[in-house]
Design a protein around this ligand. Structure first.
Ligand SMILES: Nc1ncnc2c1ncn2[C@@H]1O[C@H](COP(=O)(O)OP(=O)(O)OP(=O)(O)O)[C@@H](O)[C@H]1O
Length: 300
């Protein structure tokens, strides 16, 4: 059994998102395996970003359930939780993201996200960008008081740990030499990796990346692949990404979910999805009736 079947960290069930009369996501169900790199792919307008916006709390889904399981997911517990109207199960193992505002999804469920367009603080240094990402943790260490910031040993310890974490990620994205430069001065590919490092400084459980390879040259794409593999293999973090660059998707994904017009048309390992006639048809833009013909061609 695959990890997305036996140990899902994220379970999306019957997710529907309507904007007026437009159904952007239509009864979508899929899971994300713990420790897997999972890609959501599909043609423009397929609903990928809308799915991300529902998972990260930017949109409240019209219908459906989105659950994070800290440890092994247990469907009966999930059902009891849904029926109870609460957002956290009694055993504190399952969180229902569709019932949480975005800041709680980031803070409590530990879902981190990057966006299609780069959202670094361009005027701040590279190091400062990684430091501000840890603001929440530092505020906890200060006991949320000014006295804490100036006096508490826990704050000083938290500050030292935040710096260590920032340094660690700068070393792993090969930007330690640029730590004091403004983030806006970095080449585009470096800025993309810095955004991912910034998300990693929040110590997420699930890292959601919206088109991380967009605009990268082949060398930068290779660096990105290496970083994402490192995050999965050395840190065991589950990664969910939206990506149009099929080179990146096929090379690093353990699991691929394909959307078209808001519906799931394929779901499986890279090889299965790559050869799925429905996926080929969606990308080539042929009509439904022509899928059979495409299937025949692929099989030959
Ligand atoms: N806030 C919104 N209000 C109205 N319609 C929206 C909204 N957000 C998305 N849509 C529509 O929902 C559909 C899915 O859009 P979405 O951005 O999720 O697709 P996508 O697969 O991410 O596309 P792309 O690959 O081009 O980024 C599109 O028809 C889009 O116009």
């Amino acid at each position: 059994m695959t990890r997305w079947q036996s140990d899902p960290i994220l379970t999306v069930e019957h997710l529907t998102m309507r904007f007026g009369g437009l159904v952007a996501v239509d009864d979508l169900s899929f899971t994300v395996g713990r420790g897997d790199i999972t890609a959501i792919i599909g043609p423009n307008g397929a609903g990928k970003t809308t799915v991300f916006n529902c998972i990260t709390g930017f949109y409240k889904p019209t219908e459906g359930r989105i659950a994070i399981a800290l440890d092994k997911a247990d469907p009966p517990t999930m059902d009891r939780l849904t029926a109870s109207g609460a957002r956290l199960s009694a055993d504190r193992n399952i969180l229902l993201l569709d019932r949480m505002p975005d800041f709680e999804i980031a803070r409590d469920a530990k879902v981190a996200r990057t966006f299609q367009n780069i959202r670094l603080f361009g005027g701040m240094t590279v190091l400062e960008n990684l430091f501000v990402a840890q603001h929440n943790k530092l505020m906890v260490a200060s006991n949320y008081t000014i006295g804490g910031i100036f006096g508490l040993a826990s704050y000083r310890k938290g500050q030292a740990a935040a710096l260590e974490r920032a340094k660690y990620w700068l070393e792993h994205i090969d930007l330690i030499e640029r730590a004091d430069d403004p983030a806006a001065d970095l080449p585009y590919g470096d800025q993309r990796r810095l955004e991912i490092a910034r998300a990693m400084c929040t110590e997420p459980r699930l890292l959601c990346l919206d088109e991380p390879a967009a605009g990268l040259n082949p060398r930068e794409s290779a660096q990105l692949n290496k970083l994402l593999r490192f995050i999965r293999d050395e840190h065991g973090i589950s990664v969910l990404l939206i990506e149009h660059d099929m080179g990146v998707v096929m090379e690093i994904s353990d699991h691929i979910v394909v959307l078209d017009y808001g519906e799931k048309i394929s779901d499986g390992a890279a090889d299965a999805v790559r050869n799925d006639p429905k996926v080929i048809a969606a990308y080539l833009g042929v009509e439904d009736e022509e899928v059979d013909a495409v299937e025949q061609e692929v099989m030959q």
